[in-house]
Design a protein around this ligand. Structure first.
Ligand SMILES: [Zn+2]
Length: 324
């Protein structure tokens, strides 16, 4: 994704790797300094699943560790092929029905094979609730994307384990996009390959208008998470998710400030699908994700507790959407 907050653009871009894209709007002060992280590789700090609506942060963390173990996973790499097999095998083991869409994308590095993976949970009401993450990692040397790519993919796999066991209500589709990251520099044509492919495909098939809500997670694993309301996201859906978070006691994490971020929800927003992006992109020095798009985005940056918090909020938000 790319990030843009008018007031902070200069300071932020100065601290970032190439590709900062200022957009418009946004507000908010820099967050507090990150707390000293104690590296731990087990996810043991995850709250008990029964306190998190059944979401097991330890399992989500194990998925992140597995992904990091494959090494850098840019689109078209052998490592992302291993991850695709892992995602499909996990989903199948939970009893999910899995659809895949293999396609090729013309990128600044040439034509690359890509694959979207969707777990489809049947429903008896007309309509689809769509959850999504990207699972590719940015093409950078020694970049394993534990938080950027890994964290939200771990959350979605754990959500699939819980949700594929339940049928009824609206259909729930859990989507794993390839090609979110820019191959060279973020632009409308070099980024979001998977989500653009899927939105276009669903528009053609006639399924797009059936999507009641599109909920995206990206970069949700940091030890000091703060989610600002993504400025372009659909207001009622953002209100719903942030309202759930507040009721669950996460009002200090889901903040009422806003910030505009370009991400995989955009191709759906553009086609009038209600969409929300839950992302922590405080990527400046001293921010929550100071390690964004650097080789420092490693497993020790990811907290099983943070994964469980976003998982809990997604689970309860789906319950709310199912009752509408
Ligand atoms: Zn990224």
């Amino acid at each position: 994704m790319s990030f843009h907050a008018k007031l902070l653009t200069v300071a932020l871009c100065a601290g970032m790797v190439a590709g900062c894209k200022a957009k418009a709007g946004g507000s908010g002060a820099p967050s507090e300094s990150p707390v000293a992280a104690t590296p731990q590789q087990t996810g043991d700090e995850a709250p008990p699943a029964e306190k998190m609506g059944g979401f097991d942060g330890k399992r989500a963390f194990a998925h992140v560790a597995k992904q990091v173990g494959f090494g850098p996973r840019p689109s078209g790499s052998a490592a992302i092929g291993q991850l695709q097999e892992y995602i499909q095998a996990e989903l199948t083991s939970y009893g999910c029905k899995v659809d895949t869409d293999s396609f090729t994308a013309d990128t600044p590095a040439g034509r690359l094979p890509m694959k979207n993976i969707v777990a489809k949970i049947p429903g008896d009401k007309p309509g689809i609730i769509m959850l999504a993450t990207h699972y590719d990692t940015k093409l950078l040397e020694n970049f394993v994307g534990a938080d950027d790519g890994g964290s939200s993919t771990g959350v979605m796999l754990e959500l699939a384990r819980l949700l594929c066991a339940k049928h009824g209500g609206y259909q729930v589709w859990i989507t794993f996009f390839d090609g979110e990251e820019a191959v060279k520099e973020w632009s409308d044509t070099d980024s979001r390959y998977g989500s653009r492919q899927m939105a276009a495909k669903l528009a053609m098939s006639g399924d797009l208008p059936k999507i009641k809500a599109f909920l995206l997670a990206d970069i949700v694993g940091t030890r000091t998470p703060h989610f600002k309301r993504e400025a372009d996201s659909t207001k009622w859906l953002t209100d719903l998710v942030w309202g759930v978070a507040k009721r669950l006691g996460y009002g200090n994490i889901f903040l009422d400030e806003s910030m505009a971020v370009a991400d995989d929800h955009d191709p759906f927003l553009k086609r009038n699908v209600p969409a929300v992006d839950v992302i922590d992109l405080q990527n400046y020095p001293g921010g929550d994700v100071y390690y964004w798009h650097t080789p420092e985005d490693t497993l020790d940056k990811v907290s099983a507790k943070s994964l469980a918090i976003s998982g809990h909020v997604f689970l309860e938000s789906i319950k709310q959407l199912q009752s509408r």
